[in-house]
Every structure is written in C-alpha cells, then in structure tokens.
Design a protein around this ligand. Sequence first.
Ligand code: 5AD
Ligand code: FES
Length: 327
Amino acid sequence: MNKKEILDILQDNTNNEQLFKKADKIRHDNVGDDVHLRGLIEFSNICKRQCKYCGLRSLNKEVERYRIQKNEIIDYVHNAVNLGYKTIVLQSGEDDYYSVNRMIEIIKLIKEFDVALTLSIGEKTYDEYREYKKAGADRYLLRIETTDKDLYKEMHPYADIENRFRCLYDLKRLGYEVGTGCLVGLPNQTLESLADDILFFKELDADMVGIGPFISHEQTPLKDYPNGDFWLALKVMALTRINMPTINIPATTAMETLNPNGRIIALQSGANVVMPNVTGTEYRAKYEIYPGKICINDKPEKCRGCIENKIKSIGRDISNDYGFHKK
Ligand code: 5AD
Ligand code: FES
C-alpha cells in the first residue's frame, strides 16, 4: 500500500471490521494459526533516558529501582523453559551497569538452554551489538516509537532520531531479526505520521513489529494527556500485517491494558505472537512503563496457563518451534 491508501483507511472508521478480517486472513494464510509465546524478563528498571511518556524515565524519583543479577535471571529462564517457552526476551531500561562483558556472560548462559534469545536493551554502538550477536543473541527489539522527527524530538529529550535509525540498520546488517514499532496516540501525533511509521517498518524490512497505544502515566510530563485509542492502535497493527504478511506481530500488553480482551482481539486482527511476563512477582509492579499493567501479581505459571486457555478458546494453538521470521 502507498501512503495515500494507508492514510485513507486510517481516516475512515466505517470499514474497520473488514480491515481486521482482512488482516486476520493474511495472518492465517502467511504465518498460520500457531501463536508464538515469548517469555519476557524485565531485568532492570534503571534507565538513563528521559522519554516523556515512560514511567521509568530517569527523572521519575518515585520508582523503586531494581537490578536482577545474573543468577536470578537464569532462574527465571530455567522456569520459563520448563513452562515450554522457546524464546526468552531480556528487557531493561538503558542501564549502563550491564556492561558488554556482563551482557555477554548472561547471553551465553541463556544460550545453554534450548531457546532463541531476544534483547530489548536500547540504543548501543555497532560494536556492542556485534558482541551480543557473537555471544548468541538472535533478535533485537527497538521501537522507533515515531518517525515524525519533530514529535520524536519533543518526546525524547537529549536523544537523536538519526541514532535510532542507525541502531536499527546496524542491527539488520549484523544479521539480527529486528523488531521495531511505534506508539499510537502520543500528544500531537498525526494520522499522517502513523502512515509514515507503517511505511518505515517496510523500508527497514523489519522482522517483527510491535504496536501499542500510548497510556498516560501520572509520574511523567504527559500525565494530563489522554490515553491513545485502542481501536486506532489495532488499525495500525492490522495495516502493518497487510503490508508485511510474513512478519511476527505481537498482541501487545498495552492493548490488553486498555481493553480487557485486547490481546485476543489483536490475535484476531493480524497478530501471531504474545509475550507473557516470566519475571518474578516481586518486580513486576516496579517495571511500570505505564499504569494498569496486567498480571502484576501473577506468577509465570499462572500467565502461561491463562494465555494458553485464551488462545485455545479461539481455536488457535501454541507453537512449539522457535518462531523465527519465515520469509
Ligand atoms: N504507554 C504505552 N507504551 C509505552 N512505552 C513506553 N512508555 C509507554 C506508555 N506510557 C513503550 C515504548 C517502549 C516499550 C518498551 O514500551 O514503545 O518501546
Ligand atoms: Fe527509559 Fe523509557 S525512559 S525505558
């Protein structure tokens, strides 16, 4: 689709059901009915950045910060593997405590298990990305958040969109499967810029794209802005599926926060991945990127069973392979 076609659909809400059905069919025809589960470990909520929308921004002094040490990370991996997870996602704020050497150690330990490994730890240098890759990391998640240069600047003090693009292209060049994505409903975000975001995912040749609604956090400068719209986020996701039939698309946790059935609706509108939390309960509430996060009191066992039941209730199955991007 070209920009005009995408924008027309974003502006018109009369055919949403058809759009979601079409995305669902394309998902079915290209990546099948299996849903890939990724076990998410939120191993540090310490962040040096100041993203205006994010509850973990360094200036938020109300967060109780934590770092999970190597051995405990491995315990969570072990447990996730026992629960049948075939992919582990390691996510944190941009926390320099986890030096290249520390990360390499953790990556190598995780790769002793029979799992694919995704990193989601922010903007790094080419050399750092190369070292993680050499140590065994398979995939990397780094949302562009928005391709609108002015909005990007407004949302990310002291950051540079060109560096973010550089990171994404470096990751591609190094042979990672690369995940990107955007927020939907940021203050002053236009539908036109969302159309550009969708075009960018394709231009990058992303392997995975995660789309989530903006959720307003009380302890950030955006506290007085309204939440993003669930249905608009779903439309951006469905359009992404239609434009990129074979990629992996998660039903995001933020969608479930705004709609109690959000992940299932997303799985029926183009998504084929879910990323349940496998971090211990004592940390979950502290990793408050946005408020109202689901499952903060649930154990990994509970989430695993819960999501399996939901997936089966819509006639889908849980995949037992690694869930790489099948082109
Ligand atoms: N609402 C929704 N999503 C958010 N993220 C950060 N802050 C918020 C928020 N307030 C998303 C960003 C980031 C991902 C880990 O969480 O898109 O890439
Ligand atoms: Fe760092 Fe958001 S401010 S993860």
